[in-house]
Ligand binder design. Structure first.
Ligand code: PLP
Length: 380
């Protein structure tokens, strides 16, 4: 609620100002040059922002608030979640010359595809969470995990992976859990990443990404952002900052509904299996209540009927990719978000063809249940 707003009272305003300047007057050009030099080397701020690709005060407010929420020293925002993933790989692997990545599947399809194609000059070893230590070589620059995982809600013991990674920095994609339910930095994670497009923005109207980390790692991320231009627009920074104020309320309300829906779906005759961290057997390592403060508002289920037919029968729930919005969204990972992951690889990491992913929103519980129940019954 208050992060990134400490100076508002002194400014005499209540809402954070949106600074749309692309450039800033530099009457003393030598002093401007000194500021540019500091920022180009990764400094968090300087006497002038100089230019909008270098620093933006509105985006910086969001970064300050998000860093506090993630128990990190700093945060660096990007134009999308994928731009944030890219920047971490560039900082941890390309700049360091250690171009090998160890990753645990399943991951968000875009991250999986970026690593699999080696677009950034990296190579990847996909391993089970228990095999991370064995997969690390002197060339390894980064370990990448997601928990709960997209799209099947697998939980990974973050502290165990940090321990297995040793000196190699670990990136946790915390998009599904949000800082409301989980703070990976507390377990020694180097990079905590969010697609801000999802829960942080929360209303389906802003694309952005952010990485929370120690200040020593934030500097290189800012250098990468300046050089690649992967900046977040100030309006996006404003919306993400505003989203944080209601984040706990939204997450808790959606989580409450998701828990009931998951329990009801388990009993539904048209469903083969439900994936939700709060269900019996879904948390074999006992991470709920310790690593994660709640089971969250994302769930997935395997349908006995054709998943595309089920989606087509829904009337209230929006059939769309993305998640974490105020309204409930459903999508078919094999057809959409995880389309670019080879079918055999999807099967191997627990993403079957008949899996549907549900991002539970803030609608009335019974309205959602009626829609799901009617569609599942009609499709069978
Ligand atoms: C959406 C998403 C991303 C990518 O974020 P964009 O903002 O779409 O670029 C990364 N990780 C997870 C878990 C996501 O859901």
């Amino acid at each position: 609620m208050h992060g990134g707003r400490a100076d508002l009272a002194d400014l005499g305003v209540h809402a954070p100002p949106i600074d749309l300047s692309t450039t800033y007057p530099l009457p003393d050009q030598a002093a401007g040059g000194a500021a540019l030099g500091e920022l180009a080397e990764g400094a968090i701020e300087a006497a002038s922002p100089v230019y909008a690709r270098v620093r933006n005060p509105t985006v910086a407010r969001f970064e300050t608030a998000l860093a506090e929420l993630e128990h990190a020293e700093s945060a660096v925002a990007f134009g999308s979640g994928m731009a944030a993933v890219t920047a971490v790989i560039q900082a941890a692997c390309v700049l360091s010359g250690r171009s090998h990545v160890v990753a645990v599947r399943p991951l968000y399809g875009g991250t999986d595809h970026l690593l699999s194609t080696g677009l950034l000059g990296t190579t990847v070893s996909y391993v089970d969470a228990s095999e991370v230590a064995d997969a690390i070589t002197p060339e390894t620059g980064l370990v990448v995990i997601e928990t709960p995982a997209n799209p099947n809600l697998d939980l990974i013991d973050i502290a165990a992976v940090v321990c297995a990674a040793g000196d190699v920095p670990v990136l946790v994609d915390n998009t599904f859990a949000t800082p409301v339910l989980q703070n990976p930095a507390d377990a020694g994670v180097a990079y905590v990443l969010h697609s801000g497009t999802k829960y942080l923005g929360g209303h389906g109207d802003v694309l952005g990404g952010v990485v929370a980390c120690a200040e020593g790692l934030a500097g290189p991320l800012r250098q990468v952002r300046i050089l690649t231009g992967a900046v977040l627009h100030p309006l996006g920074g404003y919306l993400l900052h505003r989203g944080l104020a209601t984040l706990p309320l939204r997450v808790r309300a959606a989580q409450e509904t998701a828990a009931v829906l998951a329990a009801r779906l388990v009993e539904h005759p048209a469903i083969a299996a439900v994936r939700y961290p709060g269900l019996p057997g879904a948390d074999p390592h006992g991470l709920l209540g310790t690593q994660m403060r709640g089971p969250g508002a994302m769930l997935a289920f395997e349908t006995l009927a054709d998943p595309n037919v089920v989606v087509g029968k829904l009337s209230l729930i929006t059939p769309a990719v993305s998640l974490g919005s105020v309204d409930t969204l459903i999508e078919h990972p094999a057809a959409l978000t995880h389309r670019l992951v080879a079918s055999a690889d999807r099967q191997a990491c627990g993403v079957p063809e008949n899996l549907l992913r549900l991002s539970v929103g803030l609608e009335d519980l019974d309205d959602l249940w009626t829609d799901l129940d009617d569609a599942l019954t009609a499709a069978s």
